[in-house]
Design a protein around this ligand. Structure first.
Ligand SMILES: Cc1cc2nc3c(=O)[nH]c(=O)nc-3n(C[C@H](O)[C@H](O)[C@H](O)COP(=O)(O)OP(=O)(O)OC[C@H]3O[C@@H](n4cnc5c(N)ncnc54)[C@H](O)[C@@H]3O)c2cc1C
Length: 386
């Protein structure tokens, strides 16, 4: 039997993981990525539980651990930049979830890509333009490459998936703005000797600094109703929105805005939920944020990695029945997704309180409780001699 040819749209976290497992299972895989190269921006993301198991099976867990980030603590600042509360992240993490990893998104994408780069055919700087399917295959027209026919097409192209738009319907049917926008910017040349995260809240806004690994990252998160003219690809528009929204805030925010003005790769997007009732239509299926985004505070990367593994496993179990495989993949993976999606708004409200009263409550309830917990864990570890 000829090797099935599968096209994956998107060389992100989900797409690269899927490419690894499909090539390993004997499929011929092409990955088309809109960007000219792998994108390096984005905040650190968590690789947790089921995704850690998948990376261990891929033999990349040790590479990921080498580049993983270990912030010591998370300090809350008041509007003048003074420290008001602290959580001992290192202690909490090592006792609650010692195998979980925090990794710069760019490093995670690079390592996942390297794992499949020799076996899958990666096309950068291109995108699918049209899709037509029948019971035998999917005809694909690209923006640049020559048209081709594939057995299956997987949309792993994120929140703004072109595969979803072409094969399932307009974004408005599936994408719901969660009320926030988020941006991250690397601060090259900046140093951070403390290994500490800093967060400053003003009503409805959060500016933060993450130590990353030598190249600290500035975060901007803010509540805002959907901006009708928002274009997730328009860097100049992003810069002027951030400039406007964070003007007049103290601490290191003016320095972050300066870095943002000259940055060439800024991650800026709306925080959104994606809900697609059925993740497959015929020979075309969706994966990762394209099917079920939980962006920002959810576990988008964990879900992307775990979902890719589940999809590849289902296809392997019934290669001649892709529709059956797609249904099994959704039946299993949607349970994990649902458990994460429901926490989005409550987590957002805790981390970015909308009012001064909300900041006051969050400082006293959330921060002080977590801070106390961290101290107890650290003390217990000391007593146990660890
Ligand atoms: C550059 C970048 C930075 C990010 N930073 C953060 C962050 O700071 N915080 C956070 O919570 N989440 C961030 N995310 C989203 C996060 O990576 C995902 O929520 C999560 O990892 C799920 O992964 P995914 O593979 O489904 O989607 P993604 O990781 O978003 O990957 C989707 C991929 O598809 C590509 N793509 C998009 N459109 C097309 C197209 N038409 N044709 C071909 N390829 C296409 C994208 O360039 C990207 O490489 C970021 C995503 C990107 C792309």
């Amino acid at each position: 039997m000829a090797r099935l040819e599968i096209l994956i749209s998107g060389a992100g976290i989900a797409g690269c993981t899927l490419a690894y497992w499909l090539t390993r299972n004997g499929y011929s895989v092409t990955v088309v990525e809109r960007s000219g190269s792998l994108r390096s921006s984005g905040s650190p993301v968590d690789v947790r539980g089921p995704a850690v198991d998948v990376t261990e099976r891929m033999n990349i867990a040790s590479c990921l651990r080498e580049v993983s980030i270990h912030p010591k603590g998370m300090t809350l600042l008041d509007s003048g930049g003074r420290r008001v509360a602290r959580v001992d992240i290192a202690a909490l993490r090592s006792s609650i979830a010692p195998k979980d990893m925090e990794i710069a998104r760019g490093d995670l994408a690079r390592i996942l890509h390297e794992a499949s780069a020799n076996d899958a055919d990666y096309i950068f700087g291109d995108s699918i333009k049209a899709l037509t399917q029948n019971e035998l295959g999917v005809d694909v027209i690209f923006e640049r490459s020559r048209p081709r026919r594939f057995d299956l097409v997987i949309g792993a192209d994120g929140l703004h998936s072109i595969v979803r738009r072409l094969a399932f319907g307009a974004d408005s049917l599936f994408v719901q703005h969660a009320g926030l926008y988020a941006a991250t910017i690397s601060l090259p040349g900046s140093s951070d000797g403390e290994g500490e995260m800093f967060m400053l809240n003003t009503p409805g806004k959060l500016a933060a600094l993450h130590p990353c690994q030598g190249v600290p990252l500035a975060y901007f998160i803010f509540w805002h109703p959907e901006i009708p003219e928002f274009d997730y690809t328009d860097l100049n528009q992003h810069k002027s929105i951030l400039d406007r929204t964070f003007a007049g805030i103290g601490w290191r925010v003016p320095e972050f805005l300066d870095a943002m003005r000259v940055a060439r790769d800024v991650y800026f997007d709306s925080v959104a939920r994606v809900d697609v009732a059925k993740w497959a239509r015929g020979r075309i299926a969706l994966l990762g944020d394209a099917s079920s985004c939980v962006s920002l505070f959810g576990d988008g990367s964990t879900l992307a990695i775990a979902g890719a593994y589940e999809l590849a496993k289902s296809l392997m179990e019934s290669p001649a029945d892709p529709q059956g495989a797609f249904s099994r993949y959704q039946a299993v993976h949607s349970k994990l997704v649902a458990s994460k999606q429901k926490n989005l708004i409550s987590t957002a409200s805790r981390i970015v309180p909308r009012t001064s009263a909300g900041i006051w409550i969050s400082t006293r309830v959330f921060w002080r409780t977590m801070g106390g917990l961290g101290s107890v864990v650290r003390l217990a570890r000391k007593l146990r001699g660890k």
